[in-house]
Design a protein around this ligand. Structure first.
Ligand SMILES: [Zn+2]
Ligand SMILES: [Zn+2]
Length: 284
């Protein structure tokens, strides 16, 4: 039995170094961790971690909180990160070739195989730290990059279910479009819409909170075959670890809660959600 933490930010941990977090998580049967970029710096670290740790994979993207003014420069940097150039963006603006063209304009080459997703991207109308138009523009650009490199999208949706679905529906006709709604916070109707559109649903420690009422119904109804588990660490420590810094080793508490709600074994939850993630993100 092993777990996959499909969404962590080990670059943001304060109490553990990345080395310690990865080693401790391995002791807790976490086989793989996907480190998700929330900003360009976090995306760069995600790629670095993927290069440094065999069990860590990277997702690169810019969280809706940080997309104010998002444009071509950011797209170019993300693209160089997809290609595994974790240090390549420092000179992305100023390097010109002899024709006066920006050398990083058209980054050539294929995907670094340990960059397995784009994101997190989407809408956050809870904190509204960026204009909605920039969130949408960035979301669409992230999806276009995912389609270009044939990798899935990790969607962040907070208080924006309708707007998220509107964008998703423009792409679900495309066979290359694959996406997961991470830290799922919608109701059962939104969950059904997501399933209908072919999306996966990922649960965090929020399902272990005493006030998780409606979310438990979602866990109950969504088939295990469409579920991933994630810590979203360092945020959202599960109830059993409230007050401590969350890290990927705590992903078992989410599996345990899903097993309890669905009336199955934790082994079954671990096996099926791990298989789902391995195939969806092509982890190997
Ligand atoms: Zn998020
Ligand atoms: Zn996150």
């Amino acid at each position: 039995m092993y777990f996959i933490d499909t969404h962590a930010h080990i670059d943001m941990l304060k109490k553990l170094s990345p080395e310690e977090a990865v080693a401790k998580a391995a002791d807790e049967d976490v086989k793989y961790i996907i480190n998700v970029g929330a900003e360009l710096d976090g995306s760069r670290k995600s790629v670095e971690f993927a290069q440094r740790f065999p069990g860590v994979f990277a997702s690169v993207g810019i969280h809706p909180h940080y997309v104010k003014g998002f444009g071509n420069k950011e797209i170019r940097i993300l693209e160089s990160l997809i290609q595994g150039e974790s240090t390549g963006y420092g000179h992305s603006e100023s390097v010109k070739n002899e024709n006066g063209e920006d050398e990083n304009q058209g980054v050539k080459g294929g995907r670094y195989k340990k960059v397995v997703a784009i994101g997190e991207t989407g809408f956050d109308f809870y904190r509204n730290l960026s204009p909605a138009s920039d969130m949408e523009k960035a979301f669409i650009s992230h999806i276009e990059l995912a389609l270009k490199y044939d990798i899935p999208v990790i969607i962040h949706d907070r208080d924006a279910h309708r707007q998220t679905m509107n964008v998703i529906k423009r792409y679900t006709g495309n066979k290359k479009f694959r996406a997961v709604v991470h830290c799922f916070s919608g109701d059962i109707n939104f969950a059904r819409q997501c399933l209908e559109q072919g999306l996966y649903i990922s649960f965090t420690g929020v399902i272990t909170f005493p006030n998780a009422g409606d979310l438990k119904k979602v866990v109950e109804e969504v088939p295990l075959e469409r579920i991933f588990i994630e810590t979203d660490s360092p945020f959202l420590a599960p109830q059993a670890k409230r007050g401590s810094e969350n890290y990927p080793g705590f992903v078992k508490y989410i599996a345990e809660k899903i097993a309890e709600i669905k009336g199955c074994s934790i082994d079954e939850v671990a096996d099926i959600t791990s298989k789902n993630a391995e195939s969806f993100f092509s982890l190997k």
